[in-house]
Ligand binder design. Structure first.
Ligand code: GRG
Length: 298
């Protein structure tokens, strides 16, 4: 079967961008600045990785991914809020993201906080307002909301961010490093595939396989992100390389060295692929996507 990942990603990104436009409130007074600030980061050129994982899972299970667009877009809104808050002076104090000035640099700190709050809340509005359709019934929608809120909050992303913040400048145990990443970036990635699986009506066995794919994908993603911070090109990445070391962050390369870290990335990619073995050719995009992590440059 011939398959072009680049074309696939572009097609899915377009679908997601169109749906986001449809769901977002219009830029209008008196909240013009807030909506502009939310839109600025939401349309700043993100890869749309999490929504694509969600749609790809629905497709792998033979269902129409378009029915899952509200779920995919809600996840991207949560992801974008997390990046806006992560860049704030009180957190990482970053001035560049996706090659553009960060939200607080453009709109000021207070508005950036509100834009993040707005996006997080909007995600759950989108889910509840647009989520029900021929594929997703109320029971599935409630389960999807449970999965996403669990992954985004203190048991997931916010919890991971807390561990990260408190570990800065300290050397942490490898097990805590893995747990931090599983929560900080892995949880939302896993929730993207799991919610797609629930929407498509996966059996328990299939759902577990996707969850395991998501966990290994998340770790491979974070490990390759750490590698890029050491070996990547600032211009291509749209953010400065070497920032982890400058901040004395515990990373996989710092703990294990480059060679072992590359092996670990390969290991998680192969485990992710192993979990897709039971699925047919419709899972090809998910297979190619995880393999692509080993080649990514941003
Ligand atoms: C502030 C509550 C709160 C959480 C922040 C996810 C996160 C938690 C921080 C991001 C820190 C970071 C840069 C981690 C490295 C991996 C990562 C999540 C990169 C950004 O995700 P991509 O590459 O971004 O999918 P794009 O720009 O493509 O959307």
């Amino acid at each position: 079967m011939s398959f072009n990942l680049k074309t696939y990603l572009k097609e899915k990104r377009n679908l997601v961008n169109k749906a986001l436009e449809e769901y977002l409130p219009p830029v209008d007074n008196p909240t013009r600045n807030l909506i502009e600030s939310m839109r600025y980061s939401l349309f700043a050129g993100g890869k749309r990785l999490r929504p694509i994982l969600c749609l790809g899972t629905v497709e792998a299970l033979g269902k129409n991914p378009e029915h899952c667009l509200p779920v995919a877009c809600a996840i991207e809104m949560i992801h974008t809020y997390s990046l806006i808050h992560d860049d704030l002076p009180a957190m990482d104090n970053d001035e560049l993201r996706r090659g553009k000035p960060t939200n607080h640099v453009v709109f000021g700190e207070a508005m950036a906080i509100l834009a993040g709050d707005g996006l997080l809340t909007e995600a759950f509005f989108v889910l509840s307002n647009y989520g029900l359709n021929d594929l997703i019934n109320p029971t599935k929608l409630l389960e999807i909301i449970r999965i996403i809120s669990n992954a985004a909050g203190c048991r997931g992303m916010v919890g991971g961010q807390t561990i990260d913040m408190e570990a800065e400048g300290k050397e942490i145990e490898p097990s805590l490093l893995e747990m931090m990443h599983a929560c900080k970036t892995g949880a939302l990635i896993t929730a993207s595939v799991e919610s797609g699986a629930v929407a498509a009506g996966a059996s328990n066995e299939a759902r577990n396989a996707f969850v395991n794919y998501g966990r290994h994908f998340g770790l491979a993603f974070q490990i390759t992100d750490d590698l890029l911070d050491v070996t990547g090109d600032s211009e291509e990445m749209g953010k400065p390389a070497g920032s982890d070391e400058a901040r004395q962050k515990s990373t996989f390369p710092a703990l294990y060295g480059l060679e072992k870290t590359r092996e670990m990335a390969k290991f998680h990619v192969s485990k992710a692929l192993e979990n897709l073995q039971q699925f047919d050719d419709r899972a090809l995009p998910l297979r190619e996507l995880v393999k692509y992590l080993l080649k990514r440059r941003k």
